[in-house]
Design a protein around this ligand. Sequence first.
Ligand code: SAH
Ligand code: SF4
Length: 384
Amino acid sequence: MTDLPLAGSRPAISEIDLPTLAAWLDARGEPAYRADQVVAGAHRPDVTAFADLTDLPAPLRTALAEAFRFSTIADSHVIRADGGQTAKAVHELHDGQRIESVLMRYATRGASAERTTICISSQAGCAVNCPFCATGQAGFERQLTPGEIVDQVLLWHRPPWQALGDAKAGHYNIVFMGMGEPLNNADRVFESVRLLNDPARLGIGARHITVSTSGVVPGIDRMVDELPQVNLAISLHAATDALRDELVPINRKWPIHEVIAAGRRFSGRTRRRVSLEYVMIDGLNDTDEQARGLVELARGWRTHVNLIPLNPTPGSRWSGTPAAGIALFVAILRAGGITVTVRDTRGREIEAACGQLHAQLSGRSLREARETRETRGAASVVPA
Ligand code: SAH
Ligand code: SF4
């Protein structure tokens, strides 16, 4: 690689902007339409390398492979669960960092189409340090680039998953609920959303994308201005500051009333419903008092409470609230006029909660992990 007008390591095709690619192609004497052809080709579900772009001249394919990375992801380890309806990937990036994404498919009753959710990471690790979260326990490693975010989605759009068909069918969501705090990496996350939206790339509508935040208030305000069509989820997890200071330590910087005020600004300006996420921890935040506090916080503006039974991390001192306790909590919220759903705990058998598979694989190569799984026969494993 010699003639690339960019410093540093080879840029990935998933994040290169069109003018830069066009200039590179122009310098090689290629016609202007080639830039669109390359970008569209790289996002086709059947294409997994520049060599697959057979509508391009062979020397150009070779030159592209030398100048650009086809993917920011070096290797992926994929585990299936729930009869193949849930699949989780640990992606190894080019510097050895590992991140995770999850594909969940749900049959919709009475309809032929499935609902598909792809959960992606925004950072390698996380600095917020929530004590119930495996990612939080592992600490912060680094920010992900827009391409590293988009490439997680692209993996699920290629065989054998081919989730883009689900996107076209409409029942399709991308959620920033993997590793990391997306609004602590707002510039790159916002750029990744614009790349996902781009009709020349994946063309995923902003209304199918949700950013989940632990409560980074300035980031929520930026979403109002920069991504008003994207859905907002706020991880509340407690109705009093004393408890939230412990469960979501960023609360010491932006306490509950500031986070709720930011959520209200978002919903007021966008006319959209904000999802309030609430992980249910047995005997801790599932009391009647917390439920009544949550009613007060969620009432009077466009909200939806989503209860998530805790998926305990290895060695956790906490366990999830049992079904009967969740039912009581739901009853208090409903009596208070709050819309509430309980999230199903998909992928438990593959440790799908935030950062857990990554923690389990720590210190081992993805190849080793694949072999161990295969001999154990715990779940079917497909190299991605
Ligand atoms: N950092 C962002 C987004 C990633 S975490 C945030 O906190 O919102 C996505 C969701 O998974 C959050 O609601 C988080 O609280 C939840 N979560 C993390 N660890 C969990 C666990 N062990 N069990 C259940 N939910 C968990
Ligand atoms: Fe970070 Fe979200 Fe995990 Fe908290 S729950 S440590 S904010 S990834």
